[in-house]
Design a protein around this ligand. Structure first.
Ligand SMILES: CC(C)(COP(=O)(O)OP(=O)(O)OC[C@H]1O[C@@H](n2cnc3c(N)ncnc32)[C@H](O)[C@@H]1OP(=O)(O)O)[C@@H](O)C(=O)NCCC(=O)NCCS
Length: 186
């Protein structure tokens, strides 16, 4: 298993993995293990790689089996959900620190192919991305839809993210979570 930053050559394979678990294209029977709401274009992933250095992949036997996206709030501000979160950052504290667009970034979506779920892949790619983003930001911020218990369990109980608030957006209920990027995952 190899974790690394994605390059432009990886985009097609990442989009294939993404489409297997994105809400518009996922198989019905896979939905219970979580799905990704946001759709991405090639251009958006190109910018994520070139401008943000925020697309991380795990490869096994030559295939991309997982990705993590992470980027500045400026990058995410193209999506209304993130505009909502940005406006609220100053109302949220993590370990005594008020969140801002300068001290935090948004982690996710994250996707692990079902062939390697329940293994150490999520932990390895999460920690790789965490270490890279720690060069720029002390605090990771993310959200999890309450209808995704698998992601909630993986990120809270197994990786140690902490819920900092709950909120609603577009008739969905979410947890907002944070993580100290200087901390290696146990
Ligand atoms: C969410 C995701 C990244 C988690 O990675 P993973 O490798 O599946 O996570 P793990 O299996 O290590 O951990 C999940 C835990 O939740 C448990 N779990 C699974 N389904 C559950 C459910 N419905 N309710 C409660 N817990 C559940 C698992 O048993 C496991 O715990 P265990 O290791 O103690 O048995 C992965 O499942 C995935 O990519 N899903 C599709 C895309 C997605 O939902 N992404 C997140 C939103 S952007």
């Amino acid at each position: 298993m190899e974790c690394r930053l994605a390059t432009l050559n990886d985009i097609d394979e990442i989009l294939k993995l993404h489409s297997r678990y994105q809400v518009d294209t996922i198989n019905e029977e896979d939905k219970k293990d979580g799905f990704i709401t946001t759709a991405f274009t090639k251009e958006q992933l190109t910018s994520l790689i070139k401008d943000e250095k925020g697309l991380f992949i795990a490869k096994k036997d030559g295939n991309i089996v997982a990705y993590v996206m992470a980027a500045s709030w400026a990058y995410w501000s193209a999506w209304p959900m993130f505009v909502h979160m940005i406006k609220d950052l100053s109302n949220v504290k993590f370990q005594g620190v008020t969140l801002s667009v300068d001290n935090s970034y948004q982690y996710g979506p994250v996707c692990v192919d079902k062939s390697v779920r329940g293994t150490d892949v999520l932990k390895l790619i999460f920690d790789f991305a965490r270490k890279e983003m720690n060069k720029r930001y002390p605090i990771l911020v993310t959200f999890i839809n309450k209808i995704n218990p698998r992601s909630y369990e993986a990120h809270t109980r197994k990786l140690g993210l902490e819920v900092v608030k709950e909120f609603q957006f577009n008739n969905n209920n979410y947890y907002e979570l944070c993580y100290d990027t200087s901390k290696a995952v146990n």
